[in-house]
Design a binder for this molecule. Structure first.
Ligand code: ATP
Ligand code: MG
Length: 418
C-alpha cells in the first residue's frame, strides 16, 4: 500500500524543521496578541463556494468534494479563512468583542498537479484579524511575517504588495478591464473567455503563458483606487518603510480568491523554482457580511508550511538526535521486572531512559545502548542483584559507581539530572 498521489508522510527524521517553525511562529503570534483556533477539516461545500468564489481555480477544479451517506455535500478545507469567518459568525464573537486575532496551523487539501512545493495535502500557518479597518494592521501583519522569516534565518524573500480597491473603486476598474479584454479576446484561452462574463478579475490570475503575455498591459486596480483606498495603501507603504520592511509594489498581483479587497500581498522566494510564493495574504472587508455576519473588516495571511520547510532545508543543518540519558541493561527475569519499574520512575522524573524488553544478551544490549547514544548504562544482572550492587557506568569517562537497590532511583535522579 502506498500514499495517494500528492499526499505524503512527514517522517520523524524530517520533523525537526516543522517543529522549529511551529515554535517560532507560536511564540511570535502570542507576542502579537493572537489566539490559537482549531477548525474542522471538513465543512459544507457551500461555505467555500460562497467565500472563495464559484468561478475560481480552487472551487472549479481543486476541491475534494463528496457527498456523505445522507447526500450532504462536503469539502475537505482548501484554506482556513472561510472556516474561521464561519466560526466568528457562528459563535457571535463580534457581539462581545469584534476585534479578534486568530492563528491556526494545519493541513489543507487541493487537487492540483503534484510537483515539488505543490501537494494535494499541504500545510498552512494561518492568521486572521477581525474588526480593524486601520491600515496599521495590514502593515503589522506584513511586519509579523517579515519578523518570522528573519528569525528563521530566511533572507532570500521579498514581499510583493498591491491594493485591489473596494466596491467604491471596482466599477471604474472593471469597465477599463472589460474594454481591454475585449481587444485581446483572440489571444485568450477558453477558460479566460468563459470568465469574461462571470468573473473578469480572475482572468488576470490565469497561469497560461500566452494569456499572461496578452494581459501584460492590462489595467491595474492600483490605477483606479478611490481616495480612501489610496490613503489606506499609502499608510501601509509608509509604515512598512518606517519599520525597515522591504517590499515592492506589484500592480499585477491579484490573488486567486474572490473575497480580497484593498491590500493584498505575497512573499516570494527565488529558491524554489516555479512554486515561488511562500505566503499570501490580504484584506477581506466584505466577507463576514457576505457569510451572514454584521459588516466587519477582516484581514489575514497563510504561509505555505511545506514550501517554507523546503526553503529552510537548503540552509539549515539537521540537529543531532538528543542523546539518551540512561540505558538499563537487565539480565534475567527478576532484573527485567525491577528494571522496568525503575525505568517508569525515571521517565516520570524526566530522565530520558530506555530499556530492551526482548531478553537479549549482554553483548547485544551494549550494542543497542551505543546505537541509542546512551550517555550512561545501568547494569543489573543476577549477580549485581544478589550482591545489591547495581553498576552505573558513564559511557564517556568509563567511570563506574555502585548503587544499592533501596536508594537506586533517587540516586540515579541526583546523578543524571543536570
Ligand atoms: P499558488 O499560486 O502557488 O498556487 P495560491 O495563491 O493558490 O498559491 P494561497 O491560496 O494564497 O496559494 O495559499 C497560501 C500559500 O499556501 C501559498 O503561498 C503557498 O505557499 C501555499 N500553497 C498553496 N497551494 C499549495 C499546494 N498545493 N501545495 C503546497 N503549498 C501550497
Ligand atoms: Mg493555487
Amino acid at each position: 500500500m502506498q500514499t495517494i498521489r500528492g499526499f505524503r508522510d512527514i517522517l520523524p527524521e524530517q520533523i525537526w524543521l516543522w517543529q522549529k517553525v511551529e515554535k517560532e511562529a507560536t511564540s511570535l503570534f502570542e507576542a502579537f496578541g493572537f489566539k490559537e483556533i482549531r477548525i474542522p477539516i471538513l465543512e459544507k461545500t457551500q461555505l467555500f463556494a460562497r467565500s472563495i468564489g464559484e468561478v475560481t481555480d480552487i472551487v472549479e477544479k481543486e476541491m475534494y468534494t463528496f457527498e456523505d451517506r445522507k447526500g450532504d455535500k462536503l469539502t475537505l478545507r482548501p484554506e482556513a479563512t472561510a472556516s474561521i469567518v464561519r466560526s466568528y459568525i457562528q459563535h457571535k464573537m463580534y457581539a462581545s468583542d469584534p476585534v479578534r486575532k486568530f492563528f491556526m496551523i494545519g493541513p489543507m487539501f487541493r487537487r492540483e498537479r503534484p510537483q515539488k512545493g505543490r501537494y494535494r495535502q499541504f500545510y498552512q500557518i494561518d492568521a486572521e484579524v477581525f474588526g480593524i479597518e486601520s491600515a496599521y494592521i495590514d502593515s503589522q501583519l506584513i511586519f509579523l511575517l517579515n519578523e518570522l522569516f528573519k528569525r528563521l534565518g530566511l533572507t532570500e524573500l521579498s514581499a510583493h504588495i498591491n491594493s485591489l480597491g473596494c466596491p467604491e473603486c471596482r466599477p471604474s476598474f472593471q469597465k477599463a478591464l472589460l474594454t481591454f479584454i475585449e481587444s485581446k479576446k483572440d489571444r485568450l484561452c477558453e477558460n479566460c473567455l468563459r470568465r469574461i462574463d462571470k468573473n473578469p478579475l480572475r482572468i488576470l490570475d490565469c497561469k497560461i503563458v500566452d494569456c499572461k503575455e496578452a494581459l501584460k498591459e492590462a489595467p491595474a486596480t492600483l490605477d483606479h483606487l478611490c481616495g480612501d483606498c489610496t490613503e489606506h495603501f499609502d499608510t501601509v507603504k509608509t509604515t512598512l518603510n518606517q519599520q525597515g520592511v522591504d517590499f515592492t509594489v506589484d500592480k499585477s498581483l491579484v490573488r486567486g480568491l474572490d473575497y480580497y479587497t484593498r491590500t493584498a500581498w505575497e512573499i516570494q522566494t527565488t529558491t524554489l523554482g516555479a512554486q515561488s510564493a511562500v505566503a499570501g495574504g490580504g484584506r477581506y472587508d466584505g466577507l463576514v457580511k457576505e457569510l451572514g455576519g454584521p459588516q466587519t473588516p477582516g484581514i489575514g495571511f497563510a504561509i505555505g508550511f511545506d514550501r517554507l520547510v523546503e526553503v529552510m532545508e537548503q540552509i539549515d543543518k539537521p540537529l543531532e538526535d538528543v542523546p539518551l540519558d540512561l540505558f538499563i541493561i537487565s539480565l534475567g527475569d527478576t532484573a527485567m521486572e525491577k528494571g522496568y519499574h525503575w525505568s517508569c520512575q525515571l521517565n516520570q522524573a524526566g530522565i530520558r531512559t530506555e530499556m530492551d524488553f526482548r531478553g537479549k544478551s549482554m553483548k547485544a544490549l551494549m550494542k543497542r545502548a551505543d546505537k541509542l547514544n546512551a550517555q550512561s548504562v545501568l547494569i543489573a544482572g543476577e549477580n549485581e542483584l544478589k550482591e545489591n550492587a547495581i553498576i552505573l557506568r558513564n559511557m564517556k569517562t568509563k567511570e563506574q559507581v555502585s548503587l544499592t537497590v533501596e536508594t537506586l532511583v533517587p540516586e540515579l535522579i541526583k546523578i543524571l539530572k543536570k
